[in-house]
Structures are given as structure tokens and as C-alpha cells.
Design a protein around this ligand. Sequence first.
Ligand code: ADP
Ligand code: MG
Length: 413
Amino acid sequence: MSSTNTIALDDAYVRLSKQSVDVLEGKKALIRVDFNVPMTDGKIVDDSRIKAALPTLEYLLKNNCSIVILSHLGRPKGKVVEELRLNAVAQRLQELLGRDIEKLDACIGDEIQNKKKNLQPGDILLLENTRFYYEETHNIVSFARELAQHMDFFVQDAFGCVHRAHASVEGVTHFLPSMMGLLVEKEFEALKSVFVTKKKPLTLLIGGAKIDTKIGVIRNFLPIADTILIAGGLANTFFNAKGYDVKESLVELDKAKIALEILQDAGEEACQIMLPRDFVVSKEISENAKTRILNRKANEEMEDGEKILDIGPDTIKRFSEVIANSQTVIWNGPAGLFEYTPFSEGTKALGKAIEENPNLTIVGGGDSIDAIHRFGFDTTKFSHISTGGGAMLEFLEGKMLPGISVLKKHKTL
Ligand code: ADP
Ligand code: MG
């Protein structure tokens, strides 16, 4: 973590939690949250992202602030998409907060500026989906300036978006004193602790589908981790690189060279990379698929048409032992195609091992969190469940996060 392009792990960031009561009293707070909730037929399927923002909103209200909320939803690509309006979000937020919320149909313009100008303590405005504006993702200065107009300070509480240099995430911070909200602070402290306290043995369990989103994380952990457990579709790319024919399995053939480099670098860093020895294969993906277990180390070969869809019992045992003996465990990515019962054992068993580990355990990634809920794990037993998949991965890669690094500037409120 030495390059200037990495996120600083010190305490120099401005935090909402550290502002004195009289400084906040009666001020107008502009807050960026991540209300990008999953929706089906106009209904919110999972409101956990809205719930995650409540502590900061309640904190601001307690301090007699007025609030203007910014969020995106989905990928409208700079145009108004009716189904992606924040109306359902406003409704749900109103219920959860138990306060009236005024939802507006735009983010900028005279009507909005007038409302912002006349805000009274306790007033809450929710502006429209920021991504209806092309200027949002292109971080256009004039748009950011308009978002900031009439406001006193900016609170960054959209952890899921801090890896994006967008106008409502990064741009606005050039116009207002800006600080971390309670959610971003919690995420930052939890993820930081991995690098700062470095409680050993430290294990990274990485699975899921695509190697290119995970490669940077694996690399960044080679000097820090004692063991990296590789599972899921990701492992297939390593098998292929080592010359094992994975037949119809999910695999990234063009990543073979990178996979071999990682294995070699691990040797130099004295980090143990463990790949599955056995796995569950099948020719079909369904709830009653016929499966068999193959052992790569025993030179058992796959047949034409078969796919590797989960880790096998021997691998579950070996990986679970490593997890049980770790002081720090970071988990991203399921061990198999867990959405189907015949391929869910690996994810279930490793998730259980992490749940039962009383030490520092951190989980992130949309599908990994889905798995935690699906298998009914006790979420309170994990030290931290991250609300940001991409942002967490980039943090763990050691990359600079534009929405956090800007919070270091010392503009006083
Ligand atoms: P996360 O969202 O937790 O970061 P990813 O998005 O990287 O995880 O990957 C999750 C997906 O990977 C899941 O849909 C899962 O079914 C799939 N997956 C895991 N292992 C395999 C495998 N062996 N073959 C095909 N898909 C897999
Ligand atoms: Mg995913």
C-alpha cells in the first residue's frame, strides 16, 4: 500500500461523527446515499440499503439539520426512465424514518433551488435519480455546483458508490465542506482494520465468477495474507492454467498467464494459495441435476459436456480448517453455483465456517451476501458485512477511492 494511488488509511478524513453539536445545529445537509435497491414491477424487493442510511439521517435530524438526499437507481444512462424514478424509495424511506419526505422530480432547476433556499430544520427533500442526468456520471462541474447550491455541507454516505468519480459523489465536494457519514465511516473502519491490525493468520476466501474483478484483490493480498483460498468459477481459470481440462466449465482462457503469475508471486511472498482438489461436476444446471465428485489430484478427468459447479467434500474440509484457524477472514464470492441446491454445499459449508469463527470476519459482494441470507446465517456473527460490492473490492485492492479521498481536505464548516 505504498503507491500514491492508494487510499490513505490514516485518520485525516473529516467525519460527521466528530462534528460538534453547535456546528451542525440548524445547518442544511446535502447527503449522497446509495438507494440503488433491487426492484421488481415497481416494488422494492430488498430495502437493506435504505435501512443502512437511517443512522446518518437520524443523526442529522437529531442535530436540527435540514436534509437534501441524492441517490441513483439502476442505469438510466443520462435519460429519464419512468421505472427508475425514486418514488417507491421515497415512500419506503418515509415509513422507515417516520417523517414526511418531499420527493421532487428533478435534481436541478429553479423550483429545486427555491425549495433548498427555504429549507427549515427537520425538512427532508429527496431529489430525483441523479443518473437521469448525463452530467452525473461525467462529473460535470456546473451540475455539481448546482447540486451544492444553497447547502451548508456535504455528507458522503453512499459506500456502494465511493469508487465512482461522479458529480454527486466527488464533484460536489469541491463546493462544500465534506465529510464521511456514519455508514461510510463504519465501512472504512472495518475494512481498514484488515490492513492496520493485520491479525494473523489472515485468510482471503475468494470465489465467484469473473477473475478480472478479483485479480487486483488477490495481488494486493499476496504480501499480507497467510492463505488465499480460491473457489467458485474463479478456480477453473487456475485449473486450466495448470493444464487441467475443465471441459464446459466457466473459465477465462485468456487469463491463464495471469493465473500462473499469481501462483508464482505467491511462492515469493510466502503466501499459500490453495485451490480445490475435488469438485462437483454435472452436465446440467438444474434443481435435480445428476452430479459426481471428481478429484483433480487423483488424476480423475472430466467428461465431455461436464461443468465444475461446486467444490467437493475434501476441499470443504481443508478450506474450513484454514478458516477455523484464522484470526482474520475476508470473504468475497460464492464457492459454487449456490443458487441451485446440488451446487450449494460448498458455499453453505464455508459460510458456516466463517459464521462460527469468532475473530475478525468480513464479507462483501452482492451474491455472497445473497448466499448469507439464503442459507439463514446469523448476520450478527460476522464482524462486518459490506454494503458495497465493487467499492469493497477496490478498497481491498488498495486503490484510491475518489469519493473518500476527497474527504481529506480541511474545509471548515
Ligand atoms: P459477488 O457478487 O459475491 O462478488 P460474483 O458476482 O463474483 O460474486 O459471482 C457470483 C456468481 O458466481 C454466482 O451467481 C454463482 O452462481 C457464480 N458461480 C460460482 N461458482 C461457479 C461455478 N463453478 N460455475 C459457474 N458459476 C459459478
Ligand atoms: Mg455479483
